[in-house]
Design a protein around this ligand. Sequence first.
Ligand code: F6P
Length: 321
Amino acid sequence: MKKMAIVCSGGDSSGMNAALKRFVEYCIRKEIEPWFVHDGYEGLIDDRIEKADYASVAGIITRGGTKIGSARSKRFMEAHYRKQAIANLHARGIGALVVLGGDGSFRGMHKLTQESDLAFCGIPATIDNDIAGTEYCLGVDTALNVIKDAVDAIRDTASSFGRAFVIETMGRECGYLALVSALTGGAEMCLIPEIPYDLNAYKRDFLREKAQGRRYFIAIVSEALKKSEEVAKWFEEEVGIESRVTVLGHIQRGGVTSVHDRLMAYRFVTHAVDALLEGKKSSVICYNDGGFEAKHIDDVASKQYSIPEELLSLAKEYGSE
Ligand code: F6P
């Protein structure tokens, strides 16, 4: 194989730039020509594909986001646009494509594996950490650290003013970010879609704690529940404490890439390029129990991720006896 390309698709995550750098440098080491596809599957359709070299990735390892852009492509759902995308890769003699992205991107990649003879390898990259078959997705550690800093800062004002803060974290349908942030941020409340919650149990505990002198509360609520405002109102009406909502939003997607994500980017990409060189045509690099494995795309795309039971069991202590 002489030419390999890489594309970032869907919501960006910190670590994508570190992955691009490793991709270019490892390809050159393996005597493969590295190529960039700009702006996700949109750029693949519109032929925004260019050759990359050392200069293309100089100085980007520290930066969040992705130098080559990303997009959510509606057009890619249509077969004739995917045909165009495949034709563009063929026209340049590119034999393999590495896809950095989340579940939507892998569903698109799954189609490409069925509709072309080219080779594809996915790298899970989304702050939501919601890809089936892997316990870690690139960017999650950086996002968790951004959230940690925000929660620590909010605690300063919450404790000074004696207020309840409802902090909403991202995770379209998955409570992973909220769960880990609640456990590591010392929150009093954690609401995620994976665990049924009992506001009466919370109320009983919070009223008791208030009577014992607690001045403030930190509640971490996953955006997947769409309940942040409601919970803030509940604090005022049921617990009798002034409340505020902070929606952390897209700051969770940015930020200087953590050491963990830089190293994971390096390792994910190395395994992806190796898998393609070994002739694997339809795989996703998954990380579990400290090791990497190229799983077939059928075992990843369109399957449901579940938060590990052991982590969930820790969060079940919230709002219960
Ligand atoms: O990339 C994942 C994610 O950040 C989700 O957590 C969030 O629900 C969504 O993307 C936001 O999408 P957009 O950037 O299109 O607003």
